[in-house]
Design a protein around this ligand. Structure first.
Ligand code: SF4
Ligand code: SF4
Length: 471
């Protein structure tokens, strides 16, 4: 390595160290109003509304949405999912991942800007902060002021509200896994189990830390999506961008003067777009990975443009191609492919759930003996049937077997009226017999069919082997 390249390497390393170890400068995002701010508020109200209300809803006398981990059952409205339904969860995760690809390819970081829990809860914490401490200038002034009673009172009030809100958020989180009304009673009487206490305070603490203190640092340093989303971008992806050709050269000017004649672009260099940015970046420096796509800079710059009587859109949703004066193709093969896959997977999920039969049948063949011959000279095989009534009502089932001419159930009476309570599992030992004359091969496929007596649509069929002597 030459001396010059060594020096440049050292300078680069120093730069990286400076960035990584630099003390965080607190960001005071200015409040913003406008179309996108309204959309974000709508997103916050809808998502947090669902989060806080859904666990309190009831369905048929039980919690409408409950992920009962000890019982290993997920209740969602009139559906009960068992571990056997893992397929649906897998499909749901694939749909969620593909949706992220689709929306990122279409319009960049829509998820980050409007729906990510970090964004949504940070919005609420910022709102509380503004209500207690005042707007951006007041917050900055308060932070610079020495610690007196006035400052302590305001800061303590803010943190107390944040903590109460965070603990309630943790409580609601646990309420998705433990019946929330019982949990509320236990919380009230301080009789929570150690695990429930741990998760309430852990989730509450995470909310308080992430939305109250860490904020943009979670997006910039901790979130993996911020790192790999650029791989899903191309020149036709919608991004939030400053129109450099129109805005530069930046500079202040008087209203209603001919700024073009002064050699200026449309940017009046008011820095409002920087002041509203929750990650503290200057969008005028180009696309940066710290930009979460919240569009606050669009709203505020549109306001500035209105006041200056300039056309809106100096900062706007656009594409790299549009900025370079090339043709824009927002709907392109990649986006269409994602959309088709998403629609197909979603339709499959809905169809498979609508066709789902809440009955499961598992058959285990007794492996201790291949077969045995009984007193009448018939060949017998022994099985254990596991029948799961995944429905929310009790049912009486009947069992039938087929596949060999003289195949019959030895304990016939027992198999004709199998009562299984709602959400219960029954283990049924079963002995089948066949006249040896009907056994042509040592291993034969046979079929077991379980059907609810009150509802023939509740039926499951499984096959297994019947072993016999070599004829
Ligand atoms: S808000 Fe608009 S006008 Fe003001 S500095 Fe930003 S880009 Fe320029
Ligand atoms: S640059 Fe604009 S869109 Fe990006 S995070 Fe900042 S305010 Fe939001």
């Amino acid at each position: 390595m030459t001396t010059k390249s060594k020096q440049s390497h050292q300078t680069h390393s120093q730069d990286i160290q400076d960035v990584l170890y630099a003390k965080r400068e607190k960001i005071y995002p200015r409040e913003v109003h406008g179309v996108f701010a309204n959309l974000r508020v709508l997103g916050v109200i809808t998502l947090l509304g669902l989060y806080y209300i859904v666990p309190w809803l009831t369905w048929d006398g039980r919690q409408a949405v409950l992920f009962d981990l000890p019982e290993r059952k997920f209740y969602i409205l009139n559906l009960v999912f068992w571990p056997q339904d893992f397929f649906y969860l897998a499909l749901l995760l694939v749909i969620a991942a593909l949706s992220l690809f689709f929306f990122t390819a279409l319009a960049g970081r829509l998820w980050c800007g409007y729906a990510c829990p970090q964004t949504v809860w940070t919005e609420v914490f910022l709102w509380i902060e503004r209500k207690v401490e005042g707007d951006r200038p007041k917050q900055m002034k308060l932070d610079k002021a020495p610690w007196r009673w006035h400052k302590f009172r305001i800061k303590a009030t803010k943190h107390a509200i944040w903590i109460v809100f965070s603990v309630y958020t943790g409580f609601t989180f646990v309420g998705f896994f433990t019946p929330i009304r019982e949990l509320a009673m236990q919380f009230y009487t301080w009789e929570l189990s150690p695990w429930e206490s741990f998760w309430i305070f852990f989730y509450g603490f995470a909310t308080y830390g992430n939305a109250g203190w860490m904020r943009e640092q979670v997006c910039i340093y901790m979130c993996p999506y911020a790192r790999f989303q650029s791989a899903m971008f191309d020149n036709n992806t919608l991004i939030i961008s400053y129109d450099e050709k129109r805005g530069d050269p930046k500079g202040s000017r008087k209203k209603n003067t001919d700024h073009r004649a002064q050699g200026l672009g449309d940017c009046i260099d008011c820095t409002m777009c920087v002041q509203v940015c929750p990650t503290g970046i200057d969008i005028r420096e180009g696309l940066q990975y710290q930009c979460i796509g919240c569009a606050a800079c669009i709203d505020v710059c549109d306001d500035v443009m209105d006041k200056m009587n300039y056309p809106k859109g100096l900062i706007r949703y656009t594409t790299q191609n549009a900025l370079m004066g090339q043709a824009v193709r927002v709907i392109r093969p990649r986006v269409i492919l994602y959309a088709i896959l998403l629609c197909g997977l979603f339709a499959s999920l809905v169809y498979s759930i609508s066709q789902r039969i809440p009955l499961e049948l598992d058959i285990i063949r007794d492996r201790r003996a291949l077969y045995q011959e009984n007193d009448q000279g018939l060949i017998e095989n022994v099985y254990t049937l596991k029948i799961i009534n995944m429905d929310q009502q009790d049912h009486n089932y009947q069992l039938s077997v087929s596949g060999l001419p003289s195949l019959s159930i030895v304990n016939q009476a027992q198999s004709q009226n199998i009562h299984i309570k709602a959400g219960s599992v029954l283990s049924l030992p079963l002995r089948l017999s066949v006249d040896p004359i009907d056994i042509k091969k040592p291993s034969n496929t046979i079929y077991f069919k379980v059907m609810a007596k009150d509802n023939p649509a509740l039926v499951q069929q499984e096959d297994n082997r019947f072993l016999g002597p070599r004829n």
